[in-house]
Design a protein. Sequence first.
Lengths: 181, 432
Amino acid sequence: MSLRIIGCGNFDRGDDAAGLLVARRLRALGVETPGVQIPGIENLSVEIMEHSGECFSLMDCWTGIEQVILVDATAPHGTPGQIRVWNAHADRLTEDVFPCSTHAFGVREAVNWGRVMNRLPPTLLIYGIEGNRFLLGAPPSLEVERAVDSVAERIMTWFRTHCSKLHKDFRERFSVDLGGS
Amino acid sequence: MSKEPSRTIKVDVLARVEGEGALYVKLKGDRVQDVKLKIYEPPRFFEAFLRGRHFSEVPDIVARICGICPIAYQMSAVHAIERALGVGIDPAVRLLRRLFYCGEWIESHTLHVYMLHAPDFLGYPDAIAMARDHEEIIQRGLRLKKAGNRIVALMGGREIHPVSAAVGGFYKVPSKSALKELVDELKWALDASLATARWVSGFDFPDFEQDYECVSLSHPEEYPFNEGRIVSNRGLDIDASDYEENFTEQHVQHSNALHSVLRGRDSYMVGPMARFNLNFDKLPDVAQQAAHDCGLQVPCRNPFRSIVVRSIELVFACHEALRVIREYEPPSAPRAQTSARTSIGQAATEAPRGLLYHRYELDQDGLIASAKIVPPTSQNQKRIEEDLWHFVSQVATRPSEEITWKCEQAVRNYDPCISCATHFLRLHVERG
């Protein structure tokens, strides 16, 4: 099984860094297992990527991967830090949440292209963190920083759940409590 | 008082253009009374932002002006600063800069031809809808764009906002073997660009021609990227250092982008059609033959055929990239030495959308005292409005929805990059 976690955004644009921050948080937690094969779980490979969110290279990023979790900042709607999750196969990403970029196609277009051209991975979960300020050079807002922690924890929880039958070494690494196993 | 009904056609947000703008057309009966291309994307003040920064920082700062044509901004900047500082560059660096530009033209032209403009001709609201019926063609476009991306990523360190361009050369130059890895894909891309030209030449083009003053760089030996004199089909022939004596920018109330005009004359056109009309004889045989096979006349005066011209430039860019890779021998040093001095330098290069002018004034420490940047879209903006005045007259009897569609298509002939120019689009047609 291959799992790729893609954090999208721009570190120089305030809350737009949200996806990248989640990627780094997960990497710091040691989630990544590039090239590591873990017996018993069909050669699990977990990879974390940071990405600008540009549509076409994003599609390349998830091509051939079975499970993808993508994290990106979403447009402000008065509830900064709010976390939303979409299943790319079932849910519609709306323009008010993932607005058009003035310079490139983004995550929403990548999902739409992927659907039309059968280029979506079998699983694509999209975590959106609502941003508040996207000024050039601004740091992320406190609300978004808290949401980054929360999304990282949610992904870790998802990860632990999905990895509950993993190899012993892997369980120990992530302190997976399997209730007496 | 006329009893003719009035119509106003508005496009509040022009789609499939780079940036944020709107279009307003006022009709009295079937006569056009007003056309305004409104660029409301806020001014971005990059010229002021550059003041006080060291010249070495400029290429990376100006690359941020545009996600589609960062290389153009980097190239105009490094050439202007090199002229200010009297820096000569290695011939191998010159070749690499042409290759770098090939990558950007391939990326940008492919994006526009396949994703932004072709849906207009084929009757689709966007390329995603088009992909449902033309998946194979869209797949070709995606792969072609990726071929350009690979050049940019190799040359610039990454695909978006590349970081390797430096005053005097590059921070790092590729090895011959790294460039050779691109060859097979570029050979495919050359064939794909020829197929692209054949495909778009079969579109249905409105019968619409204008008598343009075309402005572009002209080089005695090559289709222009980085070097040459600024010329027009009406006798203009100047060095970039004389640009501001010959061109001026005018503020118009309805736009955040300045309108450029030729002093004592009027609007003019920059971009692929201007380059093609002024430099056809410099295109390689394969591109000239493709143009003939596509039925392109020289000069081409129908802006809707610009999609074919862009495809011919795709042929050129792929062919040129292969030539550069064949001839490349790494330079002895990735970049020339530079030293600061009080100076002024100007340069113009050919961005995918047309002539891009930069001027920098440096102090004795190499800090930017002043900067001026004139992007292609602001140069084309007045000409776009004039096209619309004439074109709307031709289609004024049609329903408002059709006028709206046609007007957006007409604006996209120029592939306007509004974010660069604000320094783009909504359509409003008023019938009154």
